[in-house]
Each structure stands twice: as C-alpha cells, then as structure tokens.
Design a protein around this ligand. Structure first.
Ligand code: PLP
Length: 436
C-alpha cells in the first residue's frame, strides 16, 4: 500500500527533532527479515530490532496472517466484564515463560502503560493487605520506564523530566551503576554491588514500611545498556525481602529472549514480584504490553475484595485487544518453533566479540553488552547529543539503523541475524565512526 507523504507538517513526531527531521526526512516504507527500505529505495540493515521490538525479524507472514484472521473474525471485544479466548490463551502462554510464582497477566497497550499499571497494582496490593501507608517508590538514575506520569516520575533521564514539573510525588532514585572502573566490561561488571545499598539507605531514611516497590530495568536499556554489577540484583532482592518492598523488573526491552533466556530475571537468577513487558511480546506487530505478577499479589487483591465485586478498578479500552493477542500468540509460536531465545544465546558471543572489537576506535569511550544487546558511548562534540545524532544520520545514509540516546548507540539485532549480518553491521559502524 502506498501513501503519499506530500506534507510532513501535521504529524508531531515523538522523541524527534521535528524541524531537523522534516528538513531531511528518513522515511521507512518496507521491511523484511533484518532489513528496512527507505523511500528512496535504500536498504537499511536493522541493528536495533526497530526499537527493540522485532526479535523474529520484520514482516513475518505468520503474524500478519494471524492478525488478519482475527480482524476478520472479530476485530474488537470489550474487555470489561467480557472477554475472548485469545486473551486467556496468551496469558497462559506468557505465564508458561515467566519464572515461578509469576502466573497472572494483566494486559495493556505499551510499556509505559505496563509501568503505570504495575505502580497501581503495587498500591492496591499493599492496601488490600492493610499496608496502604506504603506509597513511596524507588527507582534509579538513568532509568527509563516510559513516558506516562508514573514512568516520567520514575525516570532517571533528566531530559525526559525537566519540562514536566514535579509529576508524581514520593519517588526517590538510587544511583545508576555506570562506573569508570567498569569501562569496556563485557557481561556483568565486577564493581558496583555496593550501589545496591542505596536502597538500604532509603529504608533507613524513610522507613521500609513506607516503600511500596522498587522498580529496576535488570539491564538498564534506553540509557545505553548498563548490565547489573555482579551481586547487585541479588542484594536489591534481599533488601526488598527484608522490608516487605515489592521488586518490579521492567523487562520491556530485556523480555522475550534478548538476554538469551525468556527473561533477564532468569539470566540473572533473581526473581522479582512483578514484571512489565511489551515490545517483543508481539514482535512489534501490534501495540501491546503486560504486567505479570506473582500468585500472592493476584490472590491478595482478588480474595480481599467483596464477593462479586470488581477487584481492581483499572483497565484500558484496548486491554487484551484481539488483534494484539493474535500477534502475541503468533510471535510466541515463532520464538518457540525457531528456538529463537536459544539462538540469541548462541549468537551472543559472536555478537559481543564483534561489538567489543570496535574498542580501538578513538571516538568510542566505553562499550557494554550482554546477550544480544550492547551499548557504546561516543566522546561528545560539540555539545552532548550532537555527535550521536550526527553519527546516527551518517549510519542511516550508509545503510544501518541503530538507536541512539544522546551520544550512546544501542545495538540490539533481531535474533534471526546471521553472522554475516553482524559482520556487515560492525563494518558499517567502523567505517562511519572512523570518518566522522
Ligand atoms: C524499560 C522500558 N520501560 C518502558 C518503556 C516504555 O515503553 P513504550 O514506549 O511501549 O511505552 C520502554 C521503552 O523503551 C522501556 O525501555
């Protein structure tokens, strides 16, 4: 299908320099496998799975067919007091992948909604068990938890907060885990376990019984891939357990195989109480997110409500949308049939070798990576962020898409990439980073 984009004026683009983009647009018009094509016919290797979504590669016919079938059969089902079978089946399938005892799934439409929903579930849970005084949240510097009011309040990225006032009260931030002495560490860094003690300090300062939840990305993604220091997540878990604080892992990027297991919690052997997911849940083909919670949270909220009453006054018009459920089921089928999580694990050493092989490039000041995700920092010039956008554009011209946050590039290939694609990816990176 062809649309004529004769005017770019009316679409206010998100997280985009609108004036700059509209002066020199980069439009994607087609995708297949590990490639996009732009409006000038140029082929672009996708080094970031779109935006960490398309783990199984682009335009998978199995997903398109499943969505089309569902839309023809029943395009919409009201999700309050009614339901359709695919929602239950997808929840069952997700619960089959999450660690025990996380077995209950609440559907939303994005990662941001998943995060805000998780915050509300945490409050409802504590209230149901007579601890409604737990209203504080602990997040972390450099965190990205989406853009809704809750997620913005949790954000540890200054640019994502500074225009938006004080947003939600009661959020405190642990320090981030980037440390000079961990530069160029592949996998989990040796240094930094002591940074988990920031949570203990909040407990000591505010009282553990006032804190509802601590939310962390197991690998901080959008800020540029901060892999948790050895022992760090374990220590956070310990402090949460000792103080009745819920631990929420935001697995919106890590979830569905990115770390080589279904979820990062399994790669790092630390089980949270709740998980937020989105993105690869539908391979990016339909907007969908979810919050998965442990049995005790679900049982407490359900069992303490009066018989016959709605237990949680929360939900979206498009929760468990039939087309999104169809896309989710088809995606999980592909992941399983093609053993894509295992493939991600197998490809990881080759991928990390290739990316860490770039460390001799003068412009690169740090590289970090785990599984099939890696970040590299560029020396800023002239002002912070300037180099990042300059390099991102030059890479695109040279046929490679990767996501940038400021001067940090984030590489997260589709799991179906072959070694030759990884070679091509790092070849283009080396060429451009040596020229700019
Ligand atoms: C960890 C994390 N949480 C939440 C979000 C927000 O997801 P969405 O953009 O689907 O709202 C993102 C998006 O990148 C993310 O990386």
């Amino acid at each position: 299908m062809q649309y004529q984009a004769n005017t770019l004026e009316h679409h206010w683009m998100p997280f985009t320099a609108n004036r700059d983009f509209k002066a020199e647009p980069r439009l994607l018009v087609r995708a297949e496998g590990v490639h996009y094509w732009d409006h000038k016919g140029g082929q672009i290797l996708d080094g970031s799975s779109g935006l960490f979504c398309c783990a199984a590669g682009h335009a998978r016919p199995e997903i398109a067919d499943a969505v089309a079938r569902q839309l023809r059969e029943m395009e919409y089902c009201p999700p309050f007091q009614l339901a359709h079978p695919a929602g239950f089946e997808l929840a069952r399938r997700i619960a089959g992948l999450t660690p025990e005892p996380i077995n209950h799934v609440f559907f939303v439409n994005s990662g941001s909604e998943a995060v805000d929903t998780a915050l509300k579930i945490a409050m409802a849970y504590h209230r149901a068990r007579g601890e409604g005084q737990r209203q504080r949240y602990v997040s972390r510097e450099k965190a990205y938890h989406g853009v809704n009011i809750g997620g913005t309040s949790l954000s540890g990225l200054m640019k994502n907060r500074e225009a938006f006032g004080c947003v939600m009260p009661g959020v405190v931030h642990m320090r981030h885990t980037w440390l000079e002495e961990n530069r160029f560490t592949r996998g989990q860094p040796q240094h930094g376990v002591e940074l988990a003690e920031d949570l203990q300090r909040f407990v000591d300062n505010y009282g553990g019984s006032t804190i509802a939840a601590c939310i962390l990305e197991p690998i901080a993604g959008s800020c540029g891939i901060l892999v948790p220091p050895k022992g760090y997540l374990e220590r956070v878990r310990e402090i949460c357990d000792a103080n009745g604080i819920l631990l929420i892992f935001d697995e919106v990027i890590c979830g569905f195989g990115r770390t080589g297991k279904a979820f990062a919690s399994q790669s790092f052997n630390v089980t949270p109480d709740m998980m937020t997911v989105a993105k690869a849940l539908t391979n990016g083909a339909q907007p969908m997110g979810a919050v998965a919670v442990k049995d005790e949270i679900y049982d407490t909220i359900i069992d303490t409500a009066p018989e016959g009453a709605i237990e949680l006054f929360h939900g979206y018009t498009y929760s468990a949308h039939p087309a999104a459920c169809a896309a989710g089921l088809a995606s999980l089928d592909i992941y399983k049939k093609e053993s894509l999580f295992e493939r991600a694990a197998e490809l990881s050493p080759y991928f990390l070798d290739a990316v860490f092989g770039l460390q001799d490039i003068d412009l690169i000041t740090d590289i970090r990576g785990y599984g099939l995700i890696a970040g590299f920092d560029l020396a800023p010039s002239p002002a912070p962020g300037g180099r990042g956008i300059q390099v991102q554009k030059a890479l695109f011209q040279a046929g490679l898409h990767i996501k940038f946050t400021g001067d940090t590039g984030i590489i997260a290939p589709p799991f179906i990439m072959e070694k030759k694609d990884i070679d091509r990816l790092t070849e283009i990176l080396r060429k451009i980073l040596s020229e700019v």
